[in-house]
Unconditional design. Structure first.
Ligand code: SER
Length: 315
């Protein structure tokens, strides 16, 4: 990767991936775009307002900027996707389709995240294998499975260098996720610092896979820089760092903030989504094929999250 385009750079992943990639590949070589203006990203390098559904504008930018790698991060998340399924399909698949086409025409590598949401209630729940039943029951998941297959199709049919990981819930402290089922694991840290109490929308006992953003950013680069000869899979690799329930993350925070309290007000939509997803993924293929290994666990992540959020001096 030499000249990189990030589509949907203003979101939870993009807002940190842009900074991360600019440090590695040089500020001017990482072109950030989003449907909304973003002053923070424009301060450290090139930024353009771009609607990923506008295929012509996307192709024009890729050609003008001599792009050789695209990160397509455009997506409505799982819970908001259930509120607006048709819009989720149009945006999630529209952005992917345009990215694949432009990658084919201009010979770019393409990274698009998939998710634990690509699995469904008939997938094995524990240590969910890399290759297994994938019948998701959310529009978000339907888009992710279709996207994985379409990306593999572009690789085998046209030789487009498409690569992807199935991200677990991502925990971060720069930009909020918004509309996802795993968002609670971000919000809980902010509320612990801000108000000392948290009302959890996910029921007790519900395990989901999670990862701290620094691991997720490293995964993007390591997969995209991996030797293609070693990749048996492409779209998309199971990766994970930890798996916990609401009461486990609560207990971890309470160790550091003894006054912190949590109660539950379960959101039925998020409850159903969470129940349909795996408890924990098996990421052996990612480890074997490109050396994936997480560096953060629940304890080290909790120390860092609380530290960073405390410094924000939130009211
Ligand atoms: N974090 C996403 C969501 O909860 C899952 O990939 O929708």
């Amino acid at each position: 990767m030499k000249r990189i385009l990030i589509v949907g750079a203003g979101g939870q992943i993009g807002s940190e991936l842009t900074t991360y990639l600019r440090k590695i590949y040089g500020d001017t070589n990482v072109i950030a775009t989003d449907v909304r203006p973003n002053e923070r990203l424009a301060e450290t390098g090139p930024f353009f307002t771009l609607d990923a559904l506008d295929a012509e504008a996307l192709a024009g930018l890729v050609s003008r900027e001599k792009i050789d790698a695209i990160f397509n991060l455009v997506a409505l998340l799982s819970a908001v996707g259930e509120a607006k399924p048709q819009v989720a399909w149009q945006i999630n698949m529209g952005a992917l389709n345009n990215s694949l086409e432009v990658a084919r025409q201009y010979n770019c590598a393409l990274f698009t995240p998939s998710s634990i949401g690509a699995f469904g209630p008939t997938s094995p729940k524990d240590k969910t294998p890399q290759d297994t039943v994938m019948r998701p029951t959310t529009m978000y998941g339907v888009c992710k499975v279709a996207g994985e297959m379409l990306s593999d199709y572009y690789f085998t049919r046209y030789g487009v260098d498409t690569r992807s990981v199935r991200f677990p819930g991502l925990i971060s402290n720069v930009t909020f996720p918004g509309g996802g089922t795993t968002d609670y694991a971000v919000e809980i840290y902010y509320e612990a610092i801000r108000t000392g109490k948290f009302t959890c929308p996910i029921p007790q006992g519900e395990y989901m896979d999670m990862m701290y953003m620094p691991d997720a950013l490293r995964a993007c680069v390591e997969l995209m820089e991996a030797d293609p000869a070693k990749l048996i899979h492409r779209n998309s690799f199971n990766i994970t760092a930890m798996s916990f329930t609401p009461e486990i993350i609560y207990a971890e925070i309470k160790k550091r903030l003894p006054e912190f309290t949590m109660d539950y007000n379960v959101d039925p939509v998020k409850q159903a989504i969470a129940a349909s997803w795996p408890n924990s993924l098996d990421d052996t293929c990612a480890r074997d094929e490109w050396g994936w290994k997480p560096e953060w666990n629940l304890s080290s992540m909790t120390d860092d999250m609380l530290d960073v959020i405390r410094k924000k001096n939130l009211k």
